[in-house]
Design a binder for this molecule. Sequence first.
Ligand code: MN
Length: 132
Amino acid sequence: MRKRKKILVVEDNEKNRILMRYVLEYGGYTVLEAKDGAEGVDAARRERPDLIFMDVQMPVMDGVTALAMLRSDPETKDIKVVALTSFTMKGDRERIIAAGFDDYLSKPVNTRRLPELVRRLLFDETQHAKTA
Ligand code: MN
């Protein structure tokens, strides 16, 4: 049996954390939560998740700063990190990818797209390379 993949959700919005946990646990993943970027970096170092969803706008430490910290640490630099963003302007996707995120998911989160995105990032490298 395949080991359960661990997903860390870093998000200050509680409703969104609850929604993501619900969908991801239903998909068979182990879900960890953090409420801001600093907590998220600590949790990533401690738990070594397979994938991280990182809100961009958060108190204490924003998602872009937290991502930079993860990328600068050899222990966490290879973890896939997906930005959670409500940005909808043209060019936002490019900016998010330029910051070093592997992909992004717009809010409000599309609960049908979420499992698909997770599968692609965790299990299908070629498909990911094509769209990132
Ligand atoms: Mn936020």
